[in-house]
Design a protein around this ligand. Sequence first.
Ligand SMILES: C[S@@+](CC[C@H](N)C(=O)[O-])C[C@H]1O[C@@H](n2cnc3c(N)ncnc32)[C@H](O)[C@@H]1O
Length: 163
Amino acid sequence: MLIEIPLDSTVRAMSKSVSEFIEEGLRRSKTIDCFDFVPSNYRMVYSVLRPMPRERFCEWGSGMGIVTGLAEMLGFDACGIEIDSQMAAASRELLADFGLAATIETGDYFEICHDAEVYFTYCWPGQMQRVEQHFLSSVTPDHAKLLICHGAEDIRCKVKPGM
Ligand SMILES: C[S@@+](CC[C@H](N)C(=O)[O-])C[C@H]1O[C@@H](n2cnc3c(N)ncnc32)[C@H](O)[C@@H]1O
């Protein structure tokens, strides 16, 4: 079982360019037919990431790539994994259009590994146990943190026991 640790989620101001990136991502996401895509609360995700050390970041189920892009804008070495190929292609285009270099891999995050200090995921409630088990058994380094949404407005930070 993972251990939940406190998270600094003080709401932080965003620059105009960050807001424009989020708005454009949301606008483009509406043109794509992907049942599984539900947007996060990006202001909240941005606020959570901002005080964290800028290390490697991997988004499991990156959708439109907005969180991956925000992580890069904040200085993380960011990447995403997205199973829906249309969504993945659109997210690559969005990132490129905003001059961002973060990579998006098309595929299943239960099968693809990218080492990172910070992982982020917003999955269906019925998947959360599997996701946490996957994090526990497959992720390196051991001190990595999992930011997992229990709903768009409820981001929690979890770590492996003893970390
Ligand atoms: C609720 S949406 C969240 C998208 C994005 N993380 C965000 O916050 O904007 C979940 C995304 O995960 C993708 N997804 C679901 N299962 C996946 C899997 N096993 N591997 C990769 N992507 C997956 C879906 O296609 C969808 O885009």
